[in-house]
Each structure stands twice: as structure tokens, then as C-alpha cells.
Design a protein around this ligand. Structure first.
Ligand code: TPP
Ligand code: MG
Length: 371
């Protein structure tokens, strides 16, 4: 008997096409550093444009130095950031000091530019508890290692700000892989339901360690995941600092005006390995793909744009590089001067009042450490 193709009454294919068609990539500068969307050009002063560039160049150096310090055994955990500068630095650049950052493990640059001393970022890398003692007035928490967990916390921090009548936002970051976690959906749904002033950034660098985004999800874009939470979802060229800045700035304005959260997917790429713990990207990425993304480099593009305006020069570039190297040297010195942490330190900072079981352990370690 010949099989008959069933005729469905509902056109689900059309539904998908319509959804995917809504998510166009927002771009202001093309790969040549040309203004392709003049209407969207942000209202930034020349000095601000230069500062944004300075921070990206500085962060690229910080990445290179962190990698080499890790190889020398002078840093511990480190997740490389080169390639993601526009996505990271330009989104932080759109914030105010009173905004709160809840970072993932790759988001150290944002919290450093938000006020965390570099020496503490290095101590965090070394697993030293002093790295997690955030100075008063610096609105960040330590980078989260559990994928997506900070999305739920960001919804809570944002709701807390709203309840206190504050005109500030909570911003959080995860990766393409992070959007598969339950916490991701719980966070955006909760924030949407309560119109919490949160900004959810998904840095889509195409891979979750070795898993390509095409294998990660059947969704055509990650931005469209916002639709189910009833919040705006925006896909941005994550190698374009100006586009990332504008998307984040507008999300911030909506949030403080009581219009709720926004999800921003930044299309980006990490040039280096996943972390410094033995990942070899040549096993899962082709040279062609690497080359394709290097042509989109956020620094090259923004540098060209600024040079054409007479706002950037080799001299400024070199000054920035020297400043970064000097600061890093100094920060490592400060981190090195920190006494080695003891188990008793860890136990004593955990509770206001030490529970009896920890008291027992505290005494045991006090005894051991005195020898
Ligand atoms: C809940 C949880 N599951 C698994 C891991 C192990 N892990 C660490 S990083 C990573 C991939 C994350 O990829 P993505 O979200 O794309 O972020 P990226 O590292 O690319 O910035 C995984 C699976 C983890 N840290 N937490
Ligand atoms: Mg990723």
C-alpha cells in the first residue's frame, strides 16, 4: 500500500521562519570600520570613543599577559578573552557605577573596568579568598563557574533594585552553551514576569568548549529565546563595539524606565583556547573559521574608524600598551605580597558566628598550621 503523506492543518514551518526573520544582526561599523548605520551612531564624545578603544587595547594586553603568567605558573584559572573585547568592554562601557555586574568565568575584564583592582582579579585566578573580597562600592560579584547560575541571581539583584526604587540595573553574562541551562530560562522568565531591570547578555562565541552552537540548540538564533520569556531579544554584531554599546545602553534605559529586562546576543569569537587547563581548539575548529573571525576583529575595526576621524594613532596605541604592562606588573606584585591563604582563613571568613562543626575543624587546622 502506498504511504500517504499526512497533511497538517497548522503551518509550523511558517511560524519558525517568521520568528527567525525577526532577528536581524544589529551593526553600526562594518569590518572595514565604516559607518554603515549612521542613524544608530551613539552620542559619544571624542574622548569617550578614545577611552573605549583604550580599554579594548588594554584588555587585549591583559589577556596576552594573563596567558603567559598562567604558563609560568604565576596565575591559576584563566579563560582567554581575545576576540570578545567589543562584546565585553563596550557592554560594560554603557553602564553606570551603581549598576551591578554578575559575571561568568570569562568576564573578568568587565569587573576590572567596573572597579575591581587588577590585583584582586589575579588573586581570584589563584583561588585566593582575598580575590573574592570585593571592595565597598564596587558593584560586582566574583566570576561564576557554574554555567548560567548567575542568570537567576541577576534577576534577583535586579528585582531588589526595583523594590528599593533605584535607577540602576543588574547585568549578567553567559555563553551560547549557557543558554541550554535551566537557570538561563528561569532567570529571564522571572525577570520578565516581574519587569526586573536586568540585562542578560549571551556572548555567542560559537562554541561551548568543543560543542558548536549548531549542535547546542535547534533555535535559529539565541536572541529569539527571549520571546518565550516575553522580553525583547536583540542580536548584535559582537565584534562591533559601537553596536554592542548602543544595544546595552538602550537596554539599560528601558530597564531603568520600568520597561523590564532585555536579552542581547552578541555574535563573537574567542581566538584562544576555552581555558588554560589543556583545551586544544585545533581539535574542533578549522583554521578557515579562525581566519574568517579574525577578519572581523573588534580592535582592528574600531581602530580604523577612529584613525579616519583623527582620533587614534600609533602613539596612543603604544602608550596604552605600556600603561597596561606597567599596571599588570604592579598588580602581580600586590598579589604576590598577599600572604598564602590558610584553611583557618577560609573557615573564619565564612560565617559571622562560626557553627560548632566548623569550630572543631578550625581548631584542628589552627593546630596544624602552627607547626
Ligand atoms: C552547570 C555546569 N555544567 C558544566 C560545566 C562545565 N563547563 C565549563 S565551561 C563549559 C562550556 C560553556 O560554554 P559557553 O556557555 O558557550 O561559554 P564560553 O566558555 O564559550 O564563554 C562547560 C560545559 C560548568 N562549569 N557548569
Ligand atoms: Mg561559547
Amino acid at each position: 500500500m502506498a504511504s500517504k503523506t499526512k497533511q497538517f492543518q497548522l503551518d509550523v514551518e511558517e511560524q519558525f521562519r517568521a520568528v527567525a526573520g525577526q532577528f536581524q544582526t544589529f551593526q553600526i561599523l562594518n569590518e572595514e570600520g565604516e559607518l554603515v548605520n549612521e542613524a544608530a551612531m551613539p552620542d559619544l564624545r571624542d574622548e569617550e570613543l578614545q577611552e573605549l578603544m583604550r580599554r579594548m587595547v588594554y584588555t587585549r594586553i591583559l589577556d596576552q599577559r594573563s596567558i603567559s603568567l598562567n604558563r609560568q605558573g604565576r596565575l591559576g584559572f584563566y579563560a582567554p578573552t581575545a576576540g570578545q573585547e567589543a562584546s565585553q568592554i563596550a557592554s560594560q562601557f554603557a553602564l553606570e557605577k551603581e549598576d551591578f555586574i554578575l559575571p561568568g568565568y570569562r568576564d573578568v575584564p568587565q569587573i576590572v573596568w567596573h572597579g575591581l583592582p587588577l590585583s584582586q582579579a589575579f588573586l581570584f585566578s589563584r583561588g585566593h579568598f582575598k580575590g573574592n573580597q570585593i571592595p565597598e562600592g564596587v558593584n560586582v560579584i566574583s566570576p561564576q563557574i557554574i554555567i548560567g547560575a548567575q542568570y537567576v541571581q541577576a534577576a534577583g539583584v535586579a528585582l531588589g533594585m526595583k523594590k528599593r526604587g533605584k535607577k540602576s540595573v543588574a547585568i549578567t553574562y553567559t555563553g551560547d552553551g549557557g543558554t541550554s541551562q535551566g537557570d538561563f530560562y528561569e532567570g529571564i522568565n522571572f525577570a520578565g514576569a516581574f519587569k526586573a531591570p536586568a540585562i542578560f547578555i549571551v556572548q555567542n562565541n560559537r562554541f561551548a568548549i568543543s560543542t558548536p552552537v549548531e549542535v547546542q540548540t535547534a533555535a535559529g538564533t539565541l536572541a529569539q529565546k527571549a520571546v518565550a520569556a516575553g522580553i525583547p531579544g536583540i542580536q548584535v554584531d559582537g565584534m562591533d563595539a559601537l553596536a554592542v554599546y548602543v544595544a546595552t545602553k538602550e537596554a539599560r534605559e528601558r530597564a531603568v524606565n520600568g520597561e523590564g529586562p532585555t536579552l542581547i546576543e552578541t555574535l563573537t569569537y574567542r581566538y584562544g583556547p576555552h581555558t588554560m587547563a589543556g583545551d586544544d581548539p585545533t581539535r574542533y575548529r578549522t583554521e578557515e573559521l579562525d581566519n574568517e573571525w579574525e577578519l572581523k576583529d573588534p580592535l582592528v575595526r574600531f581602530r580604523k574608524f577612529l584613525e579616519n576621524k583623527g582620533l587614534w594613532s600609533e602613539e596612543l596605541e603604544n602608550e596604552t600598551i605600556e600603561q597596561a604592562k606597567e599596571d599588570i606588573k604592579e598588580a602581580i606584585k600586590v598579589a604576590d605580597a598577599e600572604p598564602k591563604q590558610k584553611v583557618t582563613d577560609l573557615i573564619s571568613i565564612m560565617h559571622d558566628e562560626m557553627p560548632f562543626n566548623l569550630k572543631e575543624q578550625f581548631e584542628i587546622y589552627k593546630e596544624k598550621e602552627s607547626k
